[in-house]
Design a binder for this molecule. Structure first.
Ligand code: KG4
Ligand code: ZN
Length: 338
């Protein structure tokens, strides 16, 4: 089969993102070519709410879809008639935001008789590694985002086995909620990361949760409560923000790094390549810590870590033959079912 052009659509949370990706579905050893990638982050618009409000996020997506799509096709110099497949995030995510992307995909499919690939957002985060490098299967995946913290054994683009999960907050949530407590704005992951560079991670002790659980289970609600207690006991101005950020980040990163060893134990293999993806994989301390403690660590490139259309198109390229042909694809729903 020759090269195909895939349109990727991502609207599962607060990023509206489209990509046009060219690749050969029958030769995945060839790196795909990203023809265009246009995104809009609602971060600034959502800052006044201190987080994502699903209905507002969905309306913001609606406003951005047409200009971003236009701009994508102009940048790539291709037309919708050159596209072979529409890939869209169908799950998991916020229902209203997901439906805007799904309805955009269905409309284009209806107008141009195109098939749709229903993409699992979580799998796409990890498989995004293949946008820049080739990692063999099986690999051990660490997916860390605003909504998820998972260790997975990945044996093919469609075979994901959960080895460990969080029992409460996700790592990204711990960064965002911690940042809110510290009055740093939303989303706080990058802000804490930047401040922590000039802080002492050993200055304060925040708990590294579930260390004795014997499995790859994570928990981040304790570290958040501990930060709240710290702030209540230490009035503003009595501590250096950089030190608190570095110490808080240390507790989150250490938990993720130490539990990775448990995930390896559960997988029964300590020599699998490790792939790290999702928004929190942008974290500089996490990247360094994992590379210092483990061999064969592959972290998704920062521009493909936070939610983006390229990873959605890339996942559809890697599972090209699972796409649902037209007109059956018009029955697609927000659980990825038809
Ligand atoms: O993958 P993503 O864009 O959206 C979800 O699928 O959730 O991840 C967003 C999360 C947010 O919680 C954000 O604070 C976090 O990724 N994040 C970071 C950094 N950059 C983004 N967390 C820590 N350090 C960073 N540099
Ligand atoms: Zn995501």
């Amino acid at each position: 089969m020759k090269e195909k052009i895939i349109l990727g659509i991502e609207t599962s949370c607060d990023d509206t993102s489209f990509a046009l990706l060219k690749g050969n579905p029958d030769d995945l050893s060839e790196k795909p070519t990203l023809l265009a990638h246009q995104s809009f982050s609602q971060e600034l618009m959502l800052q006044k709410w201190g987080g994502v409000v699903p209905e507002i996020a969905a309306r913001n997506h609606l406003e951005k879809i047409t200009p971003l799509l236009d701009s994508c096709f102009k940048t790539a110099g291709v037309k919708i008639t050159d596209v072979s497949l529409i890939a869209v995030t169908t799950h998991p995510g916020l229902l209203g935001p997901l439906l805007t992307g799904i309805n955009c995909a269905k409309t284009l499919a209806l107008l141009h008789n195109l098939p749709i690939a229903s993409v699992n957002h979580l799998y796409a985060h990890l498989e995004a590694i293949h946008l820049t490098e080739s990692v063999p299967y099986p690999y051990l995946g660490l997916l860390v985002s605003g909504g998820h913290s998972l260790y997975l054994k990945v044996t093919s683009p469609t075979s994901f086995e959960i080895l460990g999960n969080t029992i409460d907050d996700a790592a990204g949530e711990a960064f965002d909620k911690g940042g809110k407590l510290l009055g740093l704005g939303y989303p706080a992951g990058k802000i804490i990361d930047d401040l922590a560079v000039n802080g002492d991670p050993k200055k304060y002790t925040f708990p590294i949760s579930m260390l004795d659980s014997g499995d790859a289970t994570l928990s981040f609600s304790g570290v958040k409560t501990s930060l709240r207690n710290f702030i209540e006991a230490n009035p503003e101005g009595s501590f250096k923000m950089e030190d608190v950020c570095a110490s808080y980040q240390y507790a989150i990163v250490e938990a993720l790094s130490r539990k990775l060893k448990k995930a390896q134990d559960i997988a029964g293999a300590h020599d699998l390549p490790i792939v790290v993806g999702g928004g929190v994989a942008c974290n500089s301390s996490l990247r360094t810590t994992l590379k210092n403690n483990y061999k064969n660590v592959h972290v998704v490139a920062p521009r493909f870590c936070t939610d983006n259309g390229a990873m959605i198109a890339n996942y559809a390229l890697r599972t090209y033959h699972d796409a649902i042909s037209f007109p059956e694809c018009l029955g697609l729903d927000a659980r990825g079912q038809f």
